[in-house]
Design a protein around this ligand. Sequence first.
Ligand SMILES: [Zn+2]
Length: 246
Amino acid sequence: MALTPQQLERHKRHILLKEIGGPGVQKLLDARISIIGAGALGGPCAMYLAAAGVGEIEIWDNDVVDRSNLQRQVQFTEEDIGQSKVARLAQRLKAAAPDVRVLERQQRWSEAYKLAGSILIDATDNFETRFVLNRAAHALGRYLVSGAATRWSGQISVFASGVQPGAPCYQCFVPETPPDAEACEDAGVVGPVTGIVASHMALETLKLITGAGRPLIGQIGIIDGLGGISRTVKLNPDTDCPVCGG
Ligand SMILES: [Zn+2]
């Protein structure tokens, strides 16, 4: 289907890039993604992807907006306090990109629920859901774009064990819940670090959809906010991994 004059104008800066172009924009318009978590990672990630023209965005979160969220969850305002994160984010996305279909799931995702997207985005804040989502992505054969941020540091990767045999999964990276695991609520986190991770997650998703560049598969991107540096480390598959090993 040809792009409309409005779409050509809206997406001009992507069309100008040889790695995206008109065909890439069409792929974005046809794409369906699922984001688990509508907070500091899921919110800005969803906004960039909606602005890029992603056709369908499913968002899962059972939380309501709290004043303490506003330091980093820039998709919300004071007026949103006490309201559903998914409902308020959906409204922001539709205002920014009127053509986007938003599937609002005002509940905590669990493996009892189907996921609509062909790319899954892990923007959660707890290990339990991360492990279950990783198992689901592997079993369903879908890409899992995963990000995390705490204090001054962030991590980002694309797990593709269900799509590319031999690629590591999340559990190859984090075999079990770390003993010192603490929620962001207890640890603190710098707002712009969550923004960097969220933008990077949107970037990796855009690359997967359009085929541009080289996605962060088998690698972990690490952001050190205090040092002002970012680096990439290699991640090998774990042959004993309970999800993708053997
Ligand atoms: Zn694995």
